[in-house]
Ligand binder design. Structure first.
Ligand code: SIN
Length: 278
């Protein structure tokens, strides 16, 4: 197994030299999890996987969740959803959906968000379609003292369709709505595994800072979001066919780039909730 850092600052790394088509040995799986704890955006270079083989790789890191939106689910695997250029708002007005085209962390509108997300590059465009990542450990550590003081101990209300929503989100069915009521999370979280502090932000789903009037909270959120995605905290992933990228939602944000026009793009997404196998 070869590990090589990607970009600066330690946020991302790639792993090459593993045949993911066969189940890796226990010690290789443990090495992968260690690498992921050190690099919260980890790219696994693969030679191509079936959906079932992809799920087997996901299970090295933890237990996949069922995907909320039924319309995007894979026909044979409810734990896989499509992030694809063909997606439309099937329960709404039918318009094109580009999931995640603004900064966010996955599932923050749930009280128990998935802790990691995986994408598998099934079809990538000839040009464009990169995914950007922001390091919320480093953003938190670099927060100016005065800004930190204003958010210390504060929580934010997150909801599927926030009044501050930027990136269009598809309409949910009544069942999906019942499964995703609003949630509350601290703005600064301590990572349960590393003990490091990280900003926990989602510009697309945060409704407000709790206990603060919106006239005060909205400009504070704007300032915080702009700080969190300063260029020094970012890594941009240029996909190769069959790449898997797994990221830790507790210490990163990410964003899809909608710059590939009419070209096809298809990613298979897995949301990881439960703990890894021991
Ligand atoms: C996402 O936000 O999960 C999608 C990212 C991407 O398609 O690049």
């Amino acid at each position: 197994m070869q590990l090589r850092p990607l970009g600066d600052g330690g946020l991302a790394a790639e792993i090459a030299g593993i045949d993911f088509a066969a189940p890796p040995a226990t010690e290789v799986a443990a090495d992968l999890r260690r690498a992921f704890a050190e690099h919260p955006v980890l790219c696994l270079r693969t030679d191509g996987l079936t959906p079932a083989g992809y799920l087997a790789v996901a299970r090295l890191f933890g237990e996949p969740n069922l995907q909320l939106l039924r319309s995007a689910r894979h026909p044979d695997h409810d734990e896989i959803s499509y992030i694809a250029s063909r997606l439309r708002d099937e329960l709404g007005d039918g318009r094109r959906v580009v999931p995640g085209a603004e900064w966010h962390t996955d599932d923050s509108y749930l009280q128990r968000p998935c802790w990691a997300t995986m994408l598998y590059a099934n079809i990538i465009p000839e040009s464009g379609g990169d995914t950007e990542f922001a390091d919320m450990y480093r953003a938190c550590a670099a927060l100016p003292a005065a800004l930190r003081q204003r958010i210390e101990g504060r929580r934010a209300a997150h909801t599927y369709l926030s009044r501050r929503n930027i990136n269009f989100v598809p309409k949910r069915s009544a069942e999906e709505e019942a499964e995703s009521p609003p949630a509350s999370h601290p703005l600064i979280c301590r990572h349960p595994d590393t003990g490091r502090e990280a900003l926990y932000l989602n510009p697309n789903r945060i409704e407000r800072i709790e206990g603060m009037p919106d006239e005060q909270g909205d400009p504070l959120l704007d300032e915080l979001f702009a700080f969190a995605v300063r260029p020094e905290f970012l890594y941009r992933h240029e996909w190769r066919p069959h790449d898997i990228v797994i990221w830790d939602n507790r210490c990163t944000m990410h964003k899809a780039t909608d710059d590939y026009g009419g070209q096809k793009r298809e990613m298979l997404r897995v949301l990881i909730d439960g703990p890894p196998p021991r």
